[in-house]
Design a protein around this ligand. Sequence first.
Ligand code: PLP
Length: 286
Amino acid sequence: SVAYLNGEFLTLEHATVPVLDRGFLFGDGVYEVIPVYAGKTFRFSSHISRLHKSLSAILMNFELPESDWLALCEGLIERNEFENASIYLQVTRGSYIDRHHDIPTLGEPTVFAMISPLPPVQKDWQASDIKSYSVITEDDIRWQRCDIKAITLLANCMLKQKALESGADDTILVRNGEASEATSSNLFIVRDGVIITPPLSEHLLAGVTREFILTLAQRHGIPFEERAIPEHELELADEIWLTSSTKEIRPVIKVNDVTIGDGVAGPVWRQMYQYYQELKEQLYLG
Ligand code: PLP
């Protein structure tokens, strides 16, 4: 596929960065993942404003007008064959002659983007087409700034691997007795018809999908709360969902081998998923 690196479009295998790049040496960078449907980006402004927030949080004085980011992404979309795709966009602090912990203020960031295919927007979906998840819970061993979409994802990878090795699909992370999110998605539970998700904090990412689901809930009069979810409440939930830009809304039917609800995707999930897909259809299929 065709990728983007520092102002140039080139084939992915030719996209290389110097070993002195601080992304390589320190994991000093941030990223975004932006969905594309029917050749057009989805919730683009939210992703770019979070990218700018992440950059400023890691003390990188770097912002581009949203139209420049869009031109970059459209350049990738045009040069690749995918109608439906996800764009990975990464900015690192760039290369400097010495390796030292001081954060350099001068120099050029490394801007990299690549694209990979996503399934098409579908008019008639069946609940059985959507993969349900089994999850485990683990202590959140990540750092204290999970609100920054940093490229340093080693803890996330280790926590995800733990799930796979125990035959589950993902791990819900627990800090101070509270479930915050999963390794690459936000967490929702449903109890007595009320949608509940943990409030924004430095312990979880402000998901674009999370925000969108709360907007849909408000628009359609589904009650919701942003409040802490004690770990023990997971097993008592009628439904659990994991959400992200590429996974959308995934029903969770098992937590640590305890079956959630009836062990199938629940009615509130079905309703919310329907609203989500309807909006995509309107935007992308006309
Ligand atoms: N939480 C984490 C740790 C993530 O990595 C992600 C996305 O990859 C999310 C939540 C969901 O964010 P979004 O809905 O913006 O994709």
